[in-house]
Design a binder for this molecule. Structure first.
Ligand code: GDP
Ligand code: GDP
Length: 471
């Protein structure tokens, strides 16, 4: 799968006050609602999004009613937040009003905030225009006061006018022109985990995050299946993009195949191999079982960075799971192949601590591509020699075979993704495997590399003295 074959799906956001018919229109627009959306009832992070196909184009539709507005106290603040989120997350905004009820102050408030959208098109949708009478009302001059141009009379209930509205959206996003290519993501990440650990809850929580814009990515050969997360990095003043691979598998499974035992990897191993970061999700209340170990086996030797996500941590107290430190130690024992894995605790259902996951994904991916300047590596070797003088002296110990201790001349970085290092030694024969492990640990102490594997190898440049001594 090459990135060139993928295209972004434009996003439509539905906004408007309660009861104008947002969810009715949402359901009408979506073709495969059951298959794709996964609303989590009763949670503030219950954000609905799904797909709508129109004239060969796939749109992502978001119902902003599901956005987390709990931090907004007044109605006015909620309206502002909802409108701002819609502008941020969408290419096209549909502001819904109720043609039968007429213009209300809340509609006006929405329009005021939406008019601030820079360059994003806002369509005024006069819903409940079910018959010629209400259609006339919908086309009345009062709606022009909102400053959004004439309205689109629509009936979400019977479908009238929906086609014209979608035509307008289609033209707005350049449906008549070439499909835009997807920007190259900074990071390709995958979420794996057995059924019910909370993968789809996590996706929804990520979509509900304030700084996040989620768009679906269509593969021209298959149905859409990846999710592109655009995240504002305030510090770097840049938008970072994370492509979550094969997310439709996650959502589909949740809604349709609940309870069916699956290994939990939906993507092909090829796709797994091309990932930068694998997030292995564990249910804190269930712990690590055989299935997780099998999943862990899939990542082995794939050179990817690993984040172990311990989910449902909200239940830690109730279930006597102990402290996060103790649990992390338990996790590390269960996955001895990934001593470098980053471990994080979240509650996907409420969205708690999900916000720190995205910076973490970016960070471990960065570590995986990190290049350490040679000057720092030289200092590193010097320090190592000073601190561990005995290691570099002659005589037998746990690192050296045949009574020789390895004599190290230097170290260089020979690759990234993952970072690879070459130790230059006098005599490779004298090296014990433990010594390479020892150097790896010192490198981690000195430079971090959290979440990513690193490779340390050795190359010998013959030291005549040493060679003679061994003979
Ligand atoms: P939301 O709160 O904006 O999501 O609104 P809902 O989609 O829940 O709709 C609120 C009410 O308006 C429900 O009783 C719907 O059946 C009704 N409704 C939605 N769309 C239409 C429409 O096009 N025509 C009519 N007559 N009623 C509608
Ligand atoms: P998936 O099969 O891995 O996609 O898992 P789901 O996201 O469908 O979640 C499975 C079940 O676990 C659902 O009933 C969720 O409500 C619940 N769940 C998910 N995340 C959490 C969490 O953080 N805390 C709690 N208590 N329950 C959660």
């Amino acid at each position: 799968m090459s990135d060139a074959r993928m295209t972004m799906t434009p996003v439509i956001a539905l906004v408007g006050r309660t009861n104008v018919g947002k969810s009715t229109l949402f359901n009408r627009l979506l073709e495969h609602r059951k298959a794709i959306t996964s609303p989590i009832a009763g949670t503030t992070h219950d954000i609905n999004f799904g797909h709508c196909k129109w004239r060969g184009m796939t749109f992502t539709v978001i119902d902003t009613a599901g956005l987390d507005l709990t931090t907004a106290t007044s109605t006015e603040a909620k309206i502002k937040k909802q409108a701002e989120s819609a502008i941020k997350k969408a290419n096209v905004v549909f502001l819904l009003v109720d043609a039968r009820a007429g213009l209300l102050p809340e509609d006006r408030a929405f329009a005021i905030h939406l008019r601030k959208s820079k360059g994003k098109k806002v369509f005024l949708v006069a819903n409940k225009s079910d018959n010629p009478g209400t259609r006339r009302q919908a086309e009345g001059p009062e709606w022009l006061k909102l400053g959004l141009g004439p309205s689109f009379p629509v009936s979400a209930a019977n479908g009238t006018g929906v086609g014209d509205l979608l035509d307008a959206a289609w033209t707005e996003v350049g449906g008549d022109k070439e499909v835009p290519e997807m920007p190259i993501p900074d990071v390709r990440a995958v979420i794996i985990g057995r059924p019910n650990v909370g993968k789809s809850s996590l996706l929804n929580a990520i979509a509900g995050e304030d700084r996040v814009i989620v768009s679906e990515v269509a593969h021209t050969t298959k149905e859409p299946q990846d999710t592109l997360i655009s995240w504002e990095d305030f510090k770097a003043k840049k938008t970072k993009r994370i492509l979550l691979v094969d997310t439709v598998g996650i959502r589909k499974k949740s809604a349709v195949e609940k309870g069916i035992e699956k290994v939990g990897v939906h993507m092909s191993l090829e796709e797994l191999k091309s990932a930068d970061v694998v997030m292995l999700m564990v249910d804190a209340t269930e712990g690590v079982a055989m299935q997780e170990k099998r999943l862990a086996g899939f990542i082995e030797d794939h050179n990817v960075a690993v984040i172990i996500i311990v989910n449902k941590w909200d239940l830690a107290e109730e279930r006597n799971l102990g402290t996060a430190e103790d649990y992390a130690a338990y996790i590390r024992l269960q996955f001895p192949s990934y001593p470098y894995a980053a471990v994080t605790f979240i509650a996907a259902k409420s969205g708690a601590k999900v916000g720190r996951l995205i910076p973490m994904i970016l960070e471990v991916a960065e570590q995986r591509h990190r290049i350490v300047p040679q000057a720092d590596l030289d200092k590193f070797v010097e320090k190592l020699k000073k601190q561990h003088h005995s290691l570099f002296a002659k005589g037998g110990d746990r690192f050296g075979k045949k009574g020789n201790r390895p004599k190290v001349y230097g170290i260089t970085q020979t690759g990234t993704a993952p970072p690879a290092f070459m130790l230059v030694v006098a005599d490779k024969e004298s090296l014990h495997y433990n010594f390479l492990r020892f150097v790896e640990n010192r490198l981690r102490e000195a430079f971090g590399f959290e979440g990513t594997p690193i490779r340390v190898n050795a190359r010998e440049i013959g030291d005549p003295e040493m060679v003679k001594a061994r003979r």
